[in-house]
Design a protein around this ligand. Structure first.
Ligand SMILES: [Zn+2]
Ligand SMILES: [Zn+2]
Length: 346
């Protein structure tokens, strides 16, 4: 095998370069994967535009975290994978020993091991992720479909945390690929879905997923009244915020019914604040939740949904580009909110 490969290196704010770097060397428990597809992610776009991420990556570093590919080398201690297998590896693995892991909150692990470097010809999957969070891709599932499991796992977990029931009415604010995954999932659970977005193209995609009501937000208009009029004035059972802005967090609280549940799924910029109407929260018994990241059990659950054909790349990935175009792709995604994913083929 060659000693060098092409890989995207993130140097800082809006600064990345696709350049030759050494093919990663692997340790006893690691595997080396030839990346077949890496998907862009809203988080990567944020990291690119801000130049940092508190937990996931410290530049300069190889970049990208949603991938599927073929195993091309295995460390001597690896028993469960062999060369030639098609795999999808999550971007993290918990320690399974700290306080949070022992309390069933592996997503909050104090020593969560993150892996980046999917925008490259090869990526090293470290031993802990090989052991706890790497999966075989069945022959009937494509690489792009399989690579959806990481964001999908976050969404499935976030959705289940709101304890949805069949027949519930769910409002989803924000129709990027995450919001659309929530919409699809809510339909699978037999819920009535109200999709709230700013662009016609987003609403058309939501319609194609079978949502029940489409609500277009224009200018300074506010979707709360529309939601109330569609629910006999009551509000929705569950509101999912998938934008990451204080204003939309506020909307989510305002559109939920008495006894309803809000999930603040979208992370706002650092130091954002929202104000709470304490009487509303108290007397209306509103449950506020937030969800961050995923656990291995949810990666497995997401993979099951993909393997069953419920979630496919055809709905969530709308472009394919070579690795050499990554800089243009990131710039494009930065200037277009609420986009779908691009499949990067190294
Ligand atoms: Zn992601
Ligand atoms: Zn832990």
């Amino acid at each position: 095998m060659n000693s060098h490969m092409m890989a995207a290196v993130l140097y800082g704010k809006e600064h990345l370069q696709v350049e030759p770097v050494a093919v990663p060397t692997i340790n006893r428990g690691d595997i080396l994967v030839r990346v077949k597809v890496a998907l862009t992610c809203g988080t990567d776009v944020k990291v690119f535009s801000r130049g940092y991420h508190a937990r996931m990556i410290v530049p300069p570093a190889v970049f990208g975290h949603e991938l599927a590919g073929d195993v091309v080398a295995v460390g001597e201690d690896v028993a469960n994978f062999s060369i030639g297998q098609r795999v999808v590896a999550a971007n993290s693995a918990p320690c399974d020993q700290c306080f949070f892991c022992r309390h069933g909150q592996q997503n909050l692990c104090e020593d969560l091991l993150f892996n980046n470097g999917a925008y490259a010809e090869y990526i090293r999957i470290p031993a802990r992720i090989v052991e706890r969070n790497t999966y075989l891709i069945p022959p009937h599932v494509g690489y792009s479909d399989a690579a959806l499991v990481e964001p999908l796992a976050c969404v499935v977990r976030g959705f289940e945390e709101t304890v949805p029931k069949e027949g519930d009415t769910i409002a989803i604010i924000g129709l990027g690929s995450i919001g659309l995954m929530f919409a699809k999932l809510a339909k699978l659970y037999g819920c009535r879905v109200m999709a709230i977005g700013r662009r016609r193209s987003q609403l058309e995609r939501a319609a194609a997923l079978g949502v029940d009501e489409l609500i277009m937000v224009e200018g300074e208009s506010n979707p709360v009244d529309t939601i109330r009029s569609l629910t006999h004035g009551r509000g929705v059972d569950i509101a999912i915020e998938a934008v990451g802005k204080p204003q939309t967090w506020q909307w989510a609280v305002d559109m939920v019914r008495r006894g309803g549940t809000v999930n603040f799924f979208g992370g706002c910029p650092n130091e954002s604040k929202v104000s709470l109407d304490t009487a509303l929260l108290h007397y209306s018994e509103i449950t506020c939740k937030a969800s961050f990241h995923h656990t291995p059990a949810y990666i497995q659950k997401a993979l099951d949904l993909v393997c069953a054909g419920h979630i496919t790349a055809s709905f969530f990935v709308n472009r394919e580009e070579p690795l050499s175009n990554l800089l243009e792709v990131m710039r494009h995604l930065m200037s277009h909110n609420g986009h779908l994913k691009t499949a990067i083929v190294p």
